[in-house]
Design a protein around this ligand. Structure first.
Ligand SMILES: Nc1nc2c(c(=O)[nH]1)N[C@H]1C(S)=C(S)[C@@H](COP(=O)(O)O)O[C@H]1N2
Ligand SMILES: [Mo]
Length: 439
């Protein structure tokens, strides 16, 4: 009332990169621009509100559902679920996060990805113990409640399986959605104690160079952690997004190594042994190694490198009509903060800077957003992240040049190639259908 709303009948002609990418600063401007863009048919579908009264829907005429003690999302969101492995093959038990259906930086605990070689053990926290021994002045045994009395810290950090995105290694682009291609990645707020506090209490022998972490699950998973990481930002965590860690993610406690390969983050943690040699468990001698063309393998390759992918639009989606869209996706680096994300809509010929949704935290998912005026012509959408250490996400070709040609064609879900962080490309055809392509 009183103020006339400025209607912008056309999107500005000015683009920051080819195929309709617009200036990210538009996202900071007043909503009037978007209000105009959406109702003048540019976005193709927001009906202009005639001055008719709203119809009264049945849900407005009754008392609603009572408050459940523990809530789950609306029944209309029933498709927002993990895709899970075959439970009859316990060794492959896993669940993938549906990034194409989420927004923001936090993954709900119930949708956090899972890799659990022997499923989730049913651990009674009152009976669970954590032992620190080996090359220490004073071996220690902690009960769960002992540990909860130490000073706590909370940090928002991503976790990614070293085998995430392995389908990108396939010789031809696998036609699957973002969940299948990149779903072994999640980001939570983790709360627990700094590992260095406990190690200091045990008194680590200065000659110790490795810490062997062991889980209490059916495979007694073990991984060797360099002592420098153990003393740096490693944590033992009990809470995930404010509630106790889910059974599948390590209840009642797990090791958390910010930025490091998912596999090293031993769940259901029960033992830390200080020593001078790595344990050479299967997860570090065979799995989570990188076999090169030379026949040699990289072992003990820890940080998850800088990476990003577009979640919207992404394969399996259809863009209903030409007009205004927001391209959005996730970016992260095991080396620190994301410093920038560039987006291309023309297959990498030209790039524009995306807006980063704050807070931009180290070793956490940073969501990026890019305004886009899709003309209806075929386009290829990509994102390229750079971290504060100066690492730039490589193209698939660059990654292949570094590691050798693809040696096999993995099915979706297999992990033959670790640490795949290359750029993903999504093609939008003239019908608006989005598919996975290599450029
Ligand atoms: N004890 C134990 N720890 C484990 C695993 C396991 O099977 N057992 N899986 C590892 C792997 S391969 C990954 S990628 C991460 C996954 O953590 P999440 O299931 O909480 O996402 O946990 C790691 N820690
Ligand atoms: Mo993993």
């Amino acid at each position: 009332m009183g103020r006339s709303r400025k209607i912008t009948s056309q999107l500005p002609v000015e683009q920051v990169a080819g195929n309709g990418l617009l200036d990210r600063r538009l996202l900071l401007k007043s909503g009037a621009f978007f209000a105009g863009a959406m109702t003048t048919g540019v976005a193709g579908g927001i009906a202009s509100a005639a001055a008719e009264p709203l119809k009264v829907d049945p849900w407005s005429l009754t008392i609603g559902a009572p408050v459940p003690p523990y809530a789950t999302p609306s029944r209309f969101e029933a498709k927002v679920v993990r895709t899970v492995g075959d439970p009859s093959r316990p060794g492959t038990m896993q669940g993938r996060t549906p990034h194409h259906l989420l927004d923001g930086m936090i993954t709900p605990a119930a949708l956090h990805f899972v890799v659990a070689r022997a499923g989730a053990p049913d651990i009674d926290p009152d009976q669970h113990k954590l032992v620190i021994h080996g090359m220490v002045r004073q071996p220690l045994v902690f009960s769960y409640n002992d540990l909860l009395r130490y000073p706590m810290e909370s940090h928002i950090r991503f976790l990614e399986c070293g085998g995430n995105s392995a389908p990108m290694w396939s010789k031809t682009p696998i036609q699957a959605n973002v969940q299948a291609l990149h779903g072994l990645l999640s980001c939570s707020e983790w709360t627990g104690v700094r590992l260095s506090t406990l190690l200091d209490e045990a008194g680590v022998d200065p000659r110790a160079t490795w810490m062997i972490a062991e889980g209490a699950d059916g495979v007694s998973m073990q991984r060797s952690i360099p002592i420098a990481k153990a003393m740096d930002d490693a944590m033992i965590v009990f809470y995930q997004n404010g509630e106790r860690i889910m059974p599948w993610n390590g209840y009642p406690m797990r090791l958390f190594l910010p930025g490091y390969e998912g596999n090293m983050n031993v769940k259901w943690l029960r033992r830390l042994r200080l020593t001078t040699e790595p344990v050479m468990a299967i997860n570090e001698s065979r799995q989570y190694t990188l076999l090169l063309d030379s026949g040699k393998a990289w072992r003990f390759y820890y940080p998850q490198e800088v990476k990003s992918f577009v979640t919207k639009p992404s394969p399996g989606m259809t863009m209903p009509s030409p007009g205004y869209y927001e391209i959005t996706g996730v970016s992260y680096s095991g080396h620190g903060r994301i410093s920038k994300v560039e987006v291309s809509a023309d297959g990498g010929k030209s790039w524009g800077l995306a807006a980063l949704s704050g807070p931009v935290l180290p070793k956490a998912i940073t969501r990026f957003r890019m305004p886009w005026n899709w003309t209806g012509a075929p386009a290829t959408v990509m994102s390229r992240a750079t971290d504060e250490a100066g690492n730039v996400q490589p193209t698939r070709e660059q990654l292949i040049a570094e590691r050798g040609a693809p040696r096999n064609t993995p099915p979706v879900g297999a992990f033959p190639m670790e640490h795949v962080n290359c750029i993903s490309s999504w093609a939008v055809d003239a019908k608006g259908e989005v598919s996975h392509v290599y450029v």
